[in-house]
Design a protein around this ligand. Structure first.
Ligand SMILES: NC(=O)c1ccc[n+]([C@@H]2O[C@H](COP(=O)([O-])OP(=O)(O)OC[C@H]3O[C@@H](n4cnc5c(N)ncnc54)[C@H](OP(=O)(O)O)[C@@H]3O)[C@@H](O)[C@H]2O)c1
Length: 482
């Protein structure tokens, strides 16, 4: 009987540690079932009833009682130094080099005087970035726990639905967290989501001070996490490295506040602003390196969008062709369902999801697309084409938090006009195409005067192979109010 309970405990611990260590989780499950097989029938039933099959989101009281107790015992005693492996916190990530995030070891020691709040927050930001591509639509978050001038634990949010950074960090503690300072890039949550509130575990851990990068604009948190910590006598400093923390999660901030995806308009143009020759041919404007960069961008986004004009002219695949990267959902704006069933987009709809935004409601015309595995989104149209704000809301509801808008020029103009573009990536090739009929990067009727132009803020410029990249932000973007 004792053995059975022991195994149940191991199993429960493993359940909560499973995001950090899959191996121990599965071993624990195996041991548990082995033990249960030998137990008397009455015991088996009771033990099975106690299995934490429900996610904490569904049973908050359950985790508050059982899991909270276990977590408390973990960080009050601290992990024994013997068992602690710094790499453990990072799972089997082969690419991880502990120094990478913080500069060389040499700097680490000689910089002792500079180890202030900014220094540790930069560490937390570097850790947070490691969750890129795996956590959306959640934010990327990193956490570092410092005690007596030493980092005693750190972690980051690794996967959507997994531990939040501060929870992982406190559970990775080498020694009791009591009296320490926790650095976290985003305000700790105070609500039950896929995991219990992080404020609970922070309060229970006994940390003395919490340094936060930026407030969480999620209406479920929005300053309440900070207030709860203060109410429990914890000193809270907010806004350390705020700009970097905002930049880190610009997609999340926009998505959570608007319910719409963060849209990046991307185009490749010549130095005279042409995206295709007068003949309509556009392959290739930029060189190999820039095209590789575009594939990297595709890998970072949840959706990739084009207008039907581009789909008809180029018959593109719109996938991310970098090894190990997932292709985004492909979206075509096609009011009248003109996309040929024989196009590469439709023919690959079963391998890489394809959504067609359309105003066509004729079931007979829609059926063949659905039979090919395409998803059709009904969007009303106005004079300029499909209503893009309605489309963006519909995509947001489908958990698409970011879109790379790859043209063409007609759709680019409509998107800017509808106010749904947040960032512009312009790849500029040192070429001149000329031709009055050759399309430019943004078409439509255009602004009436330079004063009426869409205003952008230049964020970054960089040479990419033989081309040049300019990254700008549309000034009206909302996420900076956090
Ligand atoms: N160099 C580059 O970076 C680059 C990138 C992309 C494309 N291109 C080139 O650009 C050319 C295609 O551009 P394009 O301007 O002709 O076509 P486009 O912008 O790709 O598509 C425009 C079409 O999309 C549909 N649409 C649906 N909703 C819309 C809305 N709200 N606003 C605007 N359009 C909407 C409309 O057709 P319906 O009314 O039938 O729906 C419209 O005619 C091609 O030659 C392509 O090779 C170059």
């Amino acid at each position: 009987m004792m053995k059975l309970f022991e195994n149940m405990l191991v199993m429960r611990m493993a359940y909560w540690l499973r995001d950090n260590d899959f191996r121990s989780f599965f071993i624990a499950w195996k041991r548990f079932f082995h033990a249960i097989k030998k137990a008397p029938l009455r015991m088996r039933t009771r033990a099975i009833r106690k299995l934490p099959l429900k996610r904490p989101r569904m049973a908050p009281e359950f985790c508050a009682r059982h899991i909270g107790f276990m977590e408390r015992s973990v960080f009050m005693s601290g992990r024994s130094d013997e068992n602690y492996r710094p790499d453990e916190a990072y799972g089997s990530d082969e690419n991880y080099r502990p120094d990478e995030a913080y500069g060389s070891d040499e700097n680490y020691r000689s910089d002792e005087g500079c180890r202030n709040d900014e220094y540790y927050m930069q560490r937390a930001i570097a850790l947070a970035r490691r969750g890129e591509g795996a956590v959306h639509p959640n934010p990327m978050v990193g956490a570092v726990l410092v005690k007596d001038g030493r980092v005693i634990a750190e972690d980051y949010h690794r996967v959507y639905g997994g531990f939040h950074a501060e929870r992982g960090c406190l559970l990775n503690c080498r020694e009791p967290a009591k009296g320490g300072t926790l650095y976290v890039t985003l305000e700790p949550c105070c609500h039950y989501g896929k995991t219990p509130p992080c404020t609970d575990i922070i309060i229970d851990s006994g940390v003395r001070r919490v340094v936060v990068g930026t407030k969480d604009p999620n209406p479920l948190v929005s300053g309440r996490g900070i207030q709860i910590l203060k109410d429990h006598g914890i000193e809270v400093v907010c806004g350390v490295c705020r700009e970097e923390c905002l930049e880190l999660n610009r997609i999340f901030f926009h998505y959570i506040r608007t319910g719409m995806p963060y849209v990046t308009l991307k185009y490749a143009m010549t130095m005279d602003g042409k995206t295709a020759a007068a003949s309509g041919k556009s392959r290739w404007i930029t060189g190999e390196a820039a095209r590789h960069r575009v594939h990297e961008e595709r890998g970072r986004h949840r959706g990739i969008m084009v207008g039907i004009g581009t789909a008809l002219a180029d018959d593109p695949l719109l996938t991310c062709r970098l090894e190990g990267q997932k292709s985004p959902v492909r979206i075509v704006c096609d009011s009248a369902l003109r996309l040929p069933l024989s196009s590469k987009l439709v023919q690959t709809a079963r391998q890489t999801p394809l959504m067609i935004a359309t105003a066509c409601t004729d079931e007979a015309r829609r059926a063949p697309y659905m039979a090919e595995g395409c998803q059709l989104i009904n969007v009303p149209r106005d004079d300029g084409g499909l209503k893009l704000d309605v489309l963006m809301r519909a995509l947001g509801e489908r958990k698409i938090d970011s879109i790379l808008l790859e043209g063409g020029s007609t759709l680019a103009w409509s998107a800017l006009k509808a106010g749904v573009v947040q960032r512009v990536l312009a790849f500029i090739a040192p070429k001149i195409l000329g031709g009055c009929q050759a399309p430019g990067a943004v078409g439509g009727p255009g602004a009436e005067s330079p004063d009426a132009a869409f205003k952008l803020k230049l964020r970054h410029t960089e040479p990419v192979g033989c081309d040049f990249l300019m990254e700008s932000e549309v000034i009206s973007d909302v996420y900076r109010d956090c």
